[in-house]
Each structure stands twice: as C-alpha cells, then as structure tokens.
Design a protein around this ligand. Structure first.
Ligand SMILES: [Zn+2]
Ligand SMILES: [Zn+2]
Length: 133
C-alpha cells in the first residue's frame, strides 16, 4: 500500500482526509469519473459537496499528483499520475484501461506535418472490452 501522506507532501499538497480518500479511490479503481468519485466520497464524508471535490481534484492536477484523461463524448476520468500512456475505452460499459505504446514515430511525423511543437501525445481508442464483446 502506498503512503499517500508522503506522496501528497512530495507534491506540495497537505494530506487532508479528503485528499487521502481521493488518492485511495484512484489507486483502487484506476480510472474514476467525477460522479463515481462523488459517490465514494459521499459515503465517507456525508456533507461533502461536488464543488469541494472539484477544488481538490483541480489542485491535485495542478500539482501533478493526479491527471485527467479526456475521453471523447464521455466524462473525463482521473488517475494517479504515471508515465505517459494511452487508453482503451469501452463504448458499452465505459471501462477504461491503460496501455503503453511507443508513439515517437507518430509524434515526429505529426510535428513535421503540422509544424506543431508537441507537448503530449496520448491516444484514446474506443471499442468493446472483453466482457462486452
Ligand atoms: Zn465493456
Ligand atoms: Zn490511465
């Protein structure tokens, strides 16, 4: 089990009970959207507001403790920060899975074609997960 108190502090974040609960939820579930997170948090902190959760989430993103994964046509999910990776998203059940693929060839081709200076490349593939096929 990770020591999230230390990890939060390493990201210059105070380890409040709410932030520790968010960290544990992302650790246990991998990828969580705001509604799922709200549901979990309500069970632990019965008067917590969605605004408070967003405030914590945004601060945790700013300090690179967690990251947002933007999914086309669906709510963003949040995950603990880790090495760059891409995502598979199930169109049926919404399951999100990580996978790692070397995008350097695609990235340099894209940069060459568009003259963009690319900061980040992460792909989101959609389809049907094993359970939904
Ligand atoms: Zn599925
Ligand atoms: Zn991920």
């Amino acid at each position: 089990m990770n020591n999230f108190t230390d990890i939060l502090r390493a990201h210059h974040l105070k380890a409040t009970p709410q932030r520790l609960a968010i960290a544990a939820t992302l650790y246990n579930r991998g990828h969580v959207n705001i509604e799922e997170l709200y549901e979990v948090m309500l069970k632990k902190f019965n008067s917590i507001s969605l605004a408070t959760i967003y405030k914590n989430i945004n601060l945790m993103i700013e300090n690179a403790f967690i990251q947002e994964v933007k999914i086309p046509n669906a709510k963003s999910v949040y995950e603990l920060s880790k090495e760059a990776h891409s995502h598979m998203v199930c169109d049926n059940c919404g399951a999100v899975e990580d996978f790692t693929v070397d995008l350097s060839a695609v990235t340099s081709l894209a940069a060459h074609e568009t003259n963009f200076k690319i900061n980040k490349a992460d792909l989101v593939f959609s389809g049907l997960c094993q359970n939904c096929q």
